[in-house]
Every structure is written in C-alpha cells, then in structure tokens.
Write a protein that binds this ligand. Structure first.
Ligand code: HEC
Length: 133
C-alpha cells in the first residue's frame, strides 16, 4: 500500500507541477492596466490588425509574431506620415521591403495607426509601473 502511495506522489505531483507551469506560460499575457479603454477607431484598428494578418508577422503586447519587427513602440519611433506611406505600399518606401502591400483603404490605415498609438501608450503605462520588465 505504501508503495502505491509513494508511486502516486512520485508520478502525479511532478506531473501536476509541470502542467501547472506550462499552462502559466501559455496563458501569460500582458496585463492591460484598468482604465485603459479603446476608442471606436482604435477598436477597428485592433480588429483589422488580426483581419489583415498583421498579427501573423508582427508581435504586439507580447503576442506571438513572425518575420516582422515588434510594433509595440513603432508610433513613438516613426512619424504618422511615414507610417501612412509605409502602410499604403511598403515597396514604394523601400524597394527591398519584405512586407507585402496589403491594399489598405485610407480609413483602415488611419484606424491601424490609432490602434498602434494605443499599443504604444499601453506599453509606456506598463513600463512606468514596472520598470524592470
Ligand atoms: C508577411 C509578413 C507581414 C505582414 C502580413 C505585415 N507585415 Fe508589417 N512588416 C513586415 C516586415 C518583414 C517588416 C520589416 C521591413 C521589411 O522588410 O518589409 C515590416 C514592417 C512594418 C512596419 C515598420 C516597422 C518599423 O519599425 O519600421 C510597420 C508599421 C508595419 N510593418 C505594420 C504592419 C501592419 C499594420 C500590417 C497589417 C496591415 C502589417 N505590417 C502586415 C512583415 C509583415
């Protein structure tokens, strides 16, 4: 009987800890501080970010990205005009661009930029609260 109990603890407790740690990793998300809401345009941009496949190549707020650069602070580093031109047609800005032309409407570009500004603002807020990360 004691053997069975020992076997039980030796197998299931580490397994439980392992699963617990794994699920913690999978579910790790950036915690958006309360009080930070999205405007309609920002919300539209958030939807477009997934609908147009930006999220496949780009990480924001800790999401899994791909071949593209992380866009958390892109609006702090690039002017709105540059971003507009880039999203209209990356290859017109840089012939060697790997990012495809997603044939976005001007309103879609405006929403995406306002969403990316929101992302930047969230990042700054989180950084200010937790300077270590
Ligand atoms: C197929 C992958 C891919 C998709 C889809 C994609 N991008 Fe990109 N993006 C890139 C790559 C790669 C770069 C880096 C420059 C280059 O080589 O084109 C980039 C660069 C950028 C930049 C400039 C970043 C900087 O730091 O200069 C912005 C802004 C951007 N993308 C936004 C978007 C948005 C918004 C969408 C969705 C509408 C999108 N991207 C869709 C791959 C992609």
């Amino acid at each position: 009987m004691l053997r069975i109990i020992l076997l039980f603890t030796a197998v299931f407790i580490p397994m439980g800890i392992f699963i617990f740690m794994k699920s913690d990793q999978m579910e790790r998300k950036l915690v958006i501080p309360p009080g930070i809401e999205l405007t309609d345009s920002e919300r539209t941009g958030e939807i477009l970010f997934a609908k147009k496949g930006c999220n496949v190549c780009h990480s924001i707020l800790g999401t899994k990205g791909g071949s593209g650069p992380i866009l958390d602070t892109v609006t702090a580093n690039k002017s709105e005009e540059d971003l507009q031109k880039w999203l209209e047609n990356p290859k017109l800005v840089n012939k060697a661009a790997r990012m495809p032309n997603l044939k976005l409407e001007p309103e879609e570009i405006a929403s995406l930029i306002s969403f990316l500004k929101w992302v930047n603002m969230v990042n700054e807020t989180v950084d200010a609260k937790d300077p270590q990360s």
